[in-house]
Design a protein around this ligand. Structure first.
Ligand code: ASP
Length: 315
């Protein structure tokens, strides 16, 4: 019988990745300045022998554990009715994905997303069902309320005016991309979503293809900003597809911002939203681009942590 690799129709099967020098030190990218902290957690996980999926989960958990953080985890700003609801997702090098939307009272949505990916036949669980799954899988319910988030909500209630502020506090969702010591890619996203959103609202962050996409043969992309604009343009999947067609991560992020602006032009004024992308390819080349200035990303490469400003469409 012919060897499998000799059969022409099977020639696309990728070779198993082996450790090579270029990947030895790994790569971690995270959105915004606070990504430095997330990247450090991912780097420690890599140094302890972790895989890319372990790195992105560790990074997400690091941010979710900070209960003073107003845009991630249980400390996040609530919806209009005063409930903090969490969205997260994770995607590994095999194209497996897990996602949790509208989850309440659970400290680590990124780990619930990973459990969905690994233990269920599904990709997304939402709301009460997601919480039930979490509790059944050993996550405990936590009634923590961040006093700062509650205060902000009470102040917001006075006018009840819904108007997302761009680049609020210079950070929002954390999107994380990582490459491990054998060159495999994974990604994760975790957020409490937009402050004072309608109850039940889900943004781009937990939606595979919008807030995050990973293709181990091409690259990975993640997003932050006004989720509705990103959802309408399936941006992370688009960026990966543009890289597949030969664009660099930077060119792909720039084209995806142009597409997003075009798709949203009759729906929302450009001055009223921010959208930002971060991407890498399998060679470890990095791209970042946003609609407005102000987007930053943290990079951990060759053992060196750094925060860099992204280029933007508008100045
Ligand atoms: N993309 C997130 C959402 O729309 C929020 C953000 O990244 O600022 O829920």
């Amino acid at each position: 019988m012919a060897a499998l690799s000799a059969l022409p129709f099977l020639s696309f099967i990728p070779e198993k990745k082996k450790p090579v020098d270029r990947y030895k030190k790994g790569l971690v990218l995270s959105t915004w300045n606070f990504g430095l902290k997330a990247n450090a957690a991912a780097a420690i996980t890599l140094q302890n022998g972790g895989k890319a999926v372990d790195m992105v989960e560790a990074a997400g958990r690091e941010m979710e554990s900070d209960l003073t953080e107003l845009s991630i985890g249980l400390g996040g700003l609530p919806d209009r009715e005063g409930h903090t609801t969490l969205d997260a997702c994770i995607m590994n090098h095999e194209g497996k994905a897990g996602s949790v939307c509208f989850l309440e009272k659970i400290m680590h949505p990124v780990s619930v997303a990973r459990a969905i990916m690994e233990k269920t036949p599904h990709v997304i669980l939402v709301g009460d069902g997601a919480q039930q799954f979490a509790v059944e899988n050993g996550f405990s319910k936590d009634n923590y309320v961040n006093p700062a988030a509650e205060k902000a909500w009470k102040e917001w209630l006075i006018k009840s005016e819904y108007k997302p502020v761009i680049n609020i506090e210079n950070h929002d969702t954390i999107g994380i991309l990582a490459q491990d010591a054998i060159g495999n890619l994974s990604g994760a996203c975790t957020t409490s979503g937009l402050a004072f959103k309608m109850r039940g609202r889900v943004g781009d962050s937990p939606i595979i293809g919008s807030g995050l996409y990973v293709d181990n043969e091409v690259g990975a992309a993640t997003a932050t900003g006004l989720g509705e604009t990103i959802l309408r343009s399936c941006s992370s999947f688009l960026i990966v597809e543009l890289m597949r067609q030969g664009k660099s991560p930077q060119e792909a992020c720039e084209e995806a911002i142009h597409r997003l602006v075009k798709i949203n032009e009759h729906i929302i004024k450009i001055e009223d939203y921010q959208a930002c992308f971060l991407a890498c390819n399998t060679n470890g080349d990095v791209g970042a681009y946003s609609v407005h200035p102000g987007f930053t990303y943290a990079i951990w490469k060759d053992g060196k942590p750094e925060v860099l400003p992204s280029k933007s469409l508008l100045s």
